[in-house]
Design a protein around this ligand. Structure first.
Ligand code: NAP
Ligand code: MN
Length: 268
């Protein structure tokens, strides 16, 4: 079996990377950064996002594993002390796989139909580079609201514990094939009105964001990447047809990860 390791590049992560690399080679696994079947990320959730985007072109053939060298992460959920156990499990194969939904984003320009397509593991967000974000929000092809405010965040279930949570969104279990729309400081008065609540959309319910003014520039983030765009006709968001696959070797329920990350990592 072929594997690759991506590290945050700090001292601790690099040391664990070389240890894991050596151990797996001892089990006759092949280090292959081009076409790995297993990708191990060593660092934090940010490092895991990097690993995901490095190998997003081969999601069907890749299973991901995250080891954290700082605090417990949502993707990086293995402690360095357990890597020996982890390596034995990987070497044993076959292993069980758990799939989480992803977000599909298409940015359509005004003047042609050459849209840009992205896939997000956490979320996409739309903010303004100048002034207020003003856009019409369409859901399933029908006008829903005219949004004015700082921006909107469209997140995956596993991304619901990240930016979405800071915006007052709900935490969604990743077994739900859905996306969530949360507002950033919407303007609400007698003239402007938005729903104000986070919305959760099932698969196939497309959300489209249509800027009112085409000459405005927008900052669009996809996970940890940000890019500036102008001349946007519309931004289409939907639950992706693709999923991320995690290699699963032990039980670590999502709600326990939520508890240990946000409430306490002690028993009581
Ligand atoms: P960062 O600025 O280091 O990330 C912010 C924090 O989010 C870090 O503590 C990171 O964990 C954590 N995180 C990432 N994915 C998560 C998830 N699915 N659930 C819970 N926490 C998560 O930048 P980054 O590490 O490259 O991560 C990019 C992400 O930051 C974006 O996708 C967005 O979700 C998030 N973000 C949050 C806010 C906010 O909360 N106000 C604002 C902008 C962006 P690690 O320390 O383990 O990397
Ligand atoms: Mn980070």
């Amino acid at each position: 079996m072929r594997f690759a390791i991506l590290s945050r590049s700090d001292h601790k992560s690099e040391a664990i990377k070389s240890r894991v690399k050596q151990y797996l080679a001892d089990f006759s696994l092949i280090y292959d950064e081009e076409e790995p079947e297993v990708v191990i990320s060593v660092g934090g959730d940010g490092t895991f996002l990097e690993a995901f985007h490095t190998y997003k072109h081969r999601l069907k053939d890749t299973a991901f594993i995250g080891v954290h060298t700082g605090h417990l992460g949502f993707y990086a959920d293995w402690v360095p002390e357990d890597v020996e156990k982890l390596i034995i499990e990987i070497a044993k194969k076959p292993f069980e796989v758990v799939e989480y939904p992803l977000l599909d984003i298409k940015i359509h320009p005004v003047d042609n139909d050459q849209y840009k397509q992205f896939v997000a593991l956490n979320e996409a967000s739309v903010k303004s580079a100048e002034g207020t974000v003003a856009m019409d929000v369409h859901i399933k092809g029908a006008h829903f609201e005219r949004f004015r405010g700082d921006g909107l965040c469209i997140s995956t279930p596993s991304g619901s514990t990240a930016y979405n949570k800071a915006l007052g969104g709900a935490i969604l279990h990743p077994s739900l094939n859905a996306l969530q729309i949360t507002e950033m400081a919407s303007i609400n008065n007698r003239v402007y009105r938005t729903i104000g609540s986070p919305l959760i959309l099932p698969k196939h319910h497309v959300c489209e964001l249509l800027p009112l003014y085409h000459d405005r520039r927008f900052l669009i983030t996809v996970d940890h990447y940000t890019e500036m765009y102008d001349n946007i006709d519309r931004i289409e968001c939907r639950v992706s047809d693709e999923k991320i696959r995690f290699a699963r070797f032990r039980s670590f329920p999502f709600w326990k990860r939520v508890h240990d990350s946000f409430i306490s990592d002690e028993r009581t």
